[in-house]
Design a protein around this ligand. Structure first.
Ligand SMILES: NC(=O)C1=CN([C@@H]2O[C@H](COP(=O)(O)OP(=O)(O)OC[C@H]3O[C@@H](n4cnc5c(N)ncnc54)[C@H](OP(=O)(O)O)[C@@H]3O)[C@@H](O)[C@H]2O)C=CC1
Ligand SMILES: Nc1nc(=O)c2c([nH]1)NC[C@@H]1CN(c3ccc(C(=O)N[C@@H](CCC(=O)O)C(=O)O)cc3)C=[N+]21
Length: 280
């Protein structure tokens, strides 16, 4: 069994972005420039880097990107006010509020304020609920990216046991829902899960969304598992211990170059989808 597959997120990402180019041209020919606004609150350096990467990716494709940077003392009310203005601005198609926000802000309340049709990052409870029920506009970008990688590589989900480690509102929970909707049998694990290695040994598909560097070890995997590592920790390491997991897996996403770039492509795609909806 020497046909191990490195799931190349860069390749999937390029494919998605190529498909967007003619759609963006067509929108521009109709007088519409797709436009994304990212809101960053505070000075967290890694958040600033992500927001910058997203802005650069937009510009390279001809999507307008505007960054709003609010001071770390911003109140929930001030942030809500900014979001309401963007909701009412017809030239803005997508709004992304970078997570996490400083602790004095009610992040959930801020997410909920984003208009459903502009929620290209899939953070509202409406968006999540629709994703979970199997319809709706925009699933969150990282879950959508994971499913895109799976589909690009023709990995079958039906009847497979998927174990998701993590249950956050924009990653673990929605990716569990997407996998369930595709007829996988899904186990969602979290910090109170007692027998994680035992559950992982039963997994055909593993999604790591823990936020702990190199947390998942190769010994915990079944031979031939497919591993999708959404983790993105300081030092460019994922949530799986790559070398030991590589040995066991049939296919695995690297970090960097795995889920990350596809996440950004999904954000671009959802922004283009949102712009097209304003024409119909
Ligand atoms: N590539 C990308 O585009 C993105 C990457 N990320 C990365 O994905 C990772 C997860 O992010 P996010 O979901 O936002 O993180 P959160 O911190 O919001 O969630 C982490 C989840 O992991 C669970 N968890 C923590 N410790 C354990 C443990 N010992 N055993 C089992 N489960 C555990 C938590 O459980 P509990 O609920 O019980 O606390 C929680 O549900 C991070 O590395 C982040 O950087 C995030 C977003 C996008
Ligand atoms: N509301 C919200 N939505 C998010 O989607 C969101 C968020 N908040 N907060 C932070 C996390 C993190 N995140 C990443 C996206 C892309 C890469 C990415 O492209 N990484 C490149 C590496 C780039 C580099 O470091 O040069 C890679 O993995 O190859 C990483 C991380 C989105 N997040």
């Amino acid at each position: 069994m020497d046909n191990k597959i490195i799931l190349d997120g860069q390749k999937v990402s390029t494919h998605i972005r190529e498909e967007l180019k003619p759609r963006i041209e067509a929108l521009k020919a109709n007088g519409v420039t797709p436009s994304l606004v990212t809101i960053l609150v505070g000075d967290d350096p890694s958040s600033a880097t992500y927001v910058k990467m997203k802005g650069n990716a937009c510009e390279r494709l001809g999507i307008k990107s505007q960054k709003i940077h609010l001071p770390k003392e911003t109140t929930t009310e001030e942030l809500l006010h900014t979001i309401y203005e963007l909701n009412n601005d017809t030239t803005v198609h997508g709004i992304l509020l970078q997570h996490p926000v400083p602790s004095q802000i009610d992040e959930r309340k801020a997410f909920e304020a984003i208009a459903l049709e502009k929620d290209v990052d899939g953070v509202t409870s409406w968006g999540y609920g629709q994703t979970a029920l199997g319809f709706g506009l925009y699933p969150s970008c990282t879950p959508a990216a994971i499913l895109n990688i799976i589909d690009y590589y023709n990995i079958q989900l039906q009847g497979k046991h998927a174990v998701v480690v993590g249950r956050s509102p924009i990653l673990g929970k929605p990716v569990s829902a997407l996998l369930l909707n595709r007829n996988a049998t899904v186990t969602t694990c979290h910090s109170y899960t007692n027998n994680l290695p035992e559950l992982l040994r039963q997994a055909d598909i593993v999604v790591a969304a823990v936020g702990k560097p190199e947390f998942i070890k190769g010994d915990w995997l079944k031979e031939g598992a497919v591993v999708l590592d959404a983790g993105y920790n300081p030092g460019n390491v994922g949530d799986v211990e790559y070398n030991s997991c590589y040995e066991k897996a049939a296919a695995i996403t690297p970090v960097p170059g795995g889920v990350g770039p596809v996440t950004i492509s999904m954000l671009l795609k959802h922004t283009v989808d949102a712009a097209e909806r304003t024409l119909s």
